[in-house]
Design a protein around this ligand. Sequence first.
Ligand SMILES: C[S@@+](CC[C@H](N)C(=O)[O-])C[C@H]1O[C@@H](n2cnc3c(N)ncnc32)[C@H](O)[C@@H]1O
Length: 469
Amino acid sequence: MGGKNKRKRGAERSIHPRNKYSDNPPDFKLLASLYPSFNPYVFYSRDGRPRIDWTDFNATRELTRVLLLHDHGINWWIPDGQLCPTVPNRSNYIHWIEDLLSSDIIPKTRANADVVKGFDIGTGANCIYPLLGASLLGWSFVGSDVTDVALEWAQTNVQNNPHVSKLIEIRKVESNTEIQNDPDEFCSGVIESYHKLPVLLGVVKDGENFDFCMCNPPFFETIEEGGLNPKTSCGGTPAEMVCPGGEQAFISRIIKESVQLKQSFRWYTSMVGRKTNLKTLTSKLREVGVTIVKTTEFVQGQTCRWGLAWSFVPPSTNIAKSRAVNSDLSFMLEGIQRQYSAIDVLQSAESFFSSVGAFCKSDVASFHINIRASKCHCDVILNNGTVDAVEASSCQYEDKASNVSDGSNSLLDDLHFRISVFQQIPGTLLVRGSLQQKENQGKLLLIFQHLERTLRNKFCRGKVSADMS
Ligand SMILES: C[S@@+](CC[C@H](N)C(=O)[O-])C[C@H]1O[C@@H](n2cnc3c(N)ncnc32)[C@H](O)[C@@H]1O
């Protein structure tokens, strides 16, 4: 398990609303009373709350075993020391993929298939994603891995669950595929030093198509780095946790292979443990010409992880049209919670831009805001709102230099646009962005996608937390 990034916001924002545990976290007392094997691991703190020792591998493994059995009807086990998954956290990734698949941003590529088909890169001994995906949603899976212990135990876990076993195939990754050594490869030589095994090429059979792939990659560059969290013990052998170049190298390899496999997968996805890597990987994706990038944040106890998804499938034409008509872009906010009005959405859009220093002038009576954003402001937004000290000072400098107070003396490459909010039906708003100069439409599209994600997360029920490019 990776990502030592401390959680900044409340868990409630990032636990997927369809996650079984979002409203009902595991009840240790109940589980202890029902499963005697779990009972020895439960103790009670002074306030009477049942707890387990998260630093005890046996306790976390037993918790995972009883949760999979109790809530999902899955018989499951892993040998000592193998990576032990946390069921609520792993479920978030499954539900996010469910959202991606149901979104019509890109068309279905296996439209007539009756069962969703996924590929779990590095399924591990625990085989958690295929087991959860098959039992929760009836998806079929190929789960791949490279180590004998992972392959044997994944197979055992599948066979011990006859109700889903027909849906899951465990596939060994063989080194029979030539990894191309591209001299000006975007992901640098570090990948080649990894154990030469592919992740998808040659593992995916000729003519095979999948709705998605997923991956919880080896996050760390060294096992010492992997063992740094003294608060939990989820096990994890070096083969599971470590690869030269860490997760960035591993996911870069998935990206590289996806460029060759293109539309064999509707969605390529991976978990990312570090936000800095998320940014680097997103840039790589733009370089290789994907049609769409989506990201999301998963809260994992005290840490954050991110989901990264991309595709080579051209966006649906109706979506492309609704997003870019002349120099206008728009999106619908559906399922707006009752307590919010169009004014709230307008104000939130304003603070989205003003918080990075962009000039905003709102006209509440006509429900619009005029905005002027410098290149620097746009970069801050596109980097998910983070800005280092140098960038921040250059944003301020640009503002002074361009005398933005009345918006009349702008720098040529500033983005001038208007955001308008229209009530459609109760609970649904249309948010439209209109550019004053057509040539910057691509940039506005990207910014608009960030705005859409922010507004959706804040105002809508159960929507994908994502961005698109
Ligand atoms: C962090 S573990 C993830 C295990 C499981 N999916 C989970 O979420 O707990 C990463 C897994 O990737 C496997 N792996 C490493 N290189 C691989 C490759 N080239 N292809 C497939 N799996 C690989 C490792 O053996 C390990 O089981």
